[in-house]
Design a protein around this ligand. Sequence first.
Ligand code: ADP
Ligand code: MG
Length: 386
Amino acid sequence: MTDHVASAEHGFAEQYGRRPAGVWSAPGRVNLIGEHTDYNDGFVFPFAIDRRTTVALGDRDDRLVRVASTFSPETVEAHLDTLTPDTVSGWAAYPLGVVWALAEFGADLEHVRGVDLHIDSDVPVGAGLSSSAAIECAVALALDEHWGLGLDRPTLAKVGRLAENRVVGAPTGIMDQSASLLGETDSGVFLDCRSLDADVIPLGFAEAGLSLLVIDTCVSHTHATGGYAARRASCEAGARVLGVESLREVRVDDLDRARELLDDETFRRVRHVVTEDQRVLDTVRTLREQGPGAIGALLDASHVSMRDDFEISVPELDLAVETAQAGGAIGARMTGGGFGGAAIALVGDERVPEVRRRIEAAFAERGYREPAIFTVHAAQGARRDA
Ligand code: ADP
Ligand code: MG
């Protein structure tokens, strides 16, 4: 039995005084490339990571759903007959939002019995590694299987997104949940966010002697407010002026015309999305044709676009990226929604200690908070563990 299963079972027993009926888990994700393209109907290329959120579940005789987490001292309960988006708040909005969203996708919850859930996780929260999707997908898969709902994984991804959009109130896209549910070992999930077609594509990092380093700046971000929503609004405004349903339909070749029609700021927002879509396609093609050693320049260009055109980076992320590049990373970029969170660097195995040392030194020199630096591996998506 793996550590996280034992710890989840132990946590459940401490909380509820009995053994759980089952344990499920779902991973966080790193977005290799394709930032802020998901809600523009474009392309993303994330992978599930070897950091997971675990849900231990036990049956109840009544219609209550209780949730507890090592993340928070409060236990929250809801009744299956009265649960609505407005009756939950705080962290419990994620798991209880999923319960509500399952019914929105046609699950018959009229006759199911309640459950006790205990949640444990080693996905860092608020680091841009999507601890939110990890908790949503772990809960969604656990309840789907336990209650025998028969929803497929693409639908469970939509369940997670709906919970986050409507119950948590964060206007996020479908990428995180898709990576968490569809990811496979050593592979990325190339997702077309319009058709929701997903292709699992081997990354081959280990074989090529490459490590994927995450540099969590520990600068916190929050998607529910501010910048994320503003960027989304800019993209919608740009699409409206250009007469397209979504920026997915705009090509790099169309950008000259777009520059004439849009104000400078909206144009730069649009240019990021359009070029980023192209970089995702180029990354997938480059991986297939030349292997992971050849994708570095695309990662670097993605960062510049987010820093200068989309303006979602922060000085800590820029420093992490620049220092990694100077230290010999083959490519680096901020990842996730922006305004804090983590950067990633693709680094030859033998350069990892040096890159790490340089980033720590650079942060110390600027007086920035010490970053958390760790490697991640592409791992299996959501699953039942016990
Ligand atoms: P990210 O997804 O980048 O980690 P978010 O702000 O989207 O950051 O989601 C983080 C929030 O998700 C937390 O503040 C908390 O409300 C909820 N959450 C994530 N993991 C857990 C967990 N293990 N237990 C309880 N709540 C969690
Ligand atoms: Mg999140």
